[in-house]
Design a protein around this ligand. Sequence first.
Ligand code: GDP
Ligand code: MG
Length: 189
Amino acid sequence: MVDFKNTIFLLSAVTGDDAPKRKRKEIALFGRSNVGKSTFINLLTGHKLAFSAKKAGKTRFLNYFLVDDSFYLVDTPGYGFQAGGGEKEEDFALLMEKYCSSSRLSGAVLLLDIRRELNHDDEAMLALLQEDQIPFVLIFTKEDKATRKEKDTAIRLAKTLECPYAFSSMKASPSSSRSLLLSLLGKCD
Ligand SMILES: Nc1nc2c(ncn2[C@@H]2O[C@H](COP(=O)(O)OP(=O)(O)O)[C@@H](O)[C@H]2O)c(=O)[nH]1
Ligand SMILES: [Mg+2]
């Protein structure tokens, strides 16, 4: 059994060359800025390892965490609303495309704010994962703020995409999210 509490921050990488040398399964978290990626890492691990920023678009690098000496969990920059925008936004899209098509990435977690509809960036990310045949799961964040109707809409979306999912909330136990990640790991080579 993987002990999520035994997680350490390893390094920040800008390119594949900076990534950890040792090959392990690698699961990346993708999602819009402010969707709750950093908060999710902190919830999963039970530690304040990732910075949950007030300002959108702060994580510029791939941040590598090592979970229980077993696999890498990677926090990626949130897409959309990149501080700076313009040219940087293109760099960012390219970085994500390169990363998704690299042999490093074993699986992905796409985080979606439960109260929001898919936007263009989410759809582009989904397309990228499907194209590169990366196994992925959905995490619907901020469940504590959702209405029954919003939850039902989220469930319908997951069913349409035929994608395993879990809800996440700062106010609830992360056990279903942990199980979902473990099942994803099991599907990764
Ligand atoms: N109510 C609620 N707020 C959340 C939850 N997860 C994240 N947030 C808030 O959403 C904002 C963005 O979270 P953050 O983790 O920094 O998002 P990131 O940009 O995707 O890393 C912060 O103000 C968090 O406190 C959640 O489950 N419930
Ligand atoms: Mg973040």
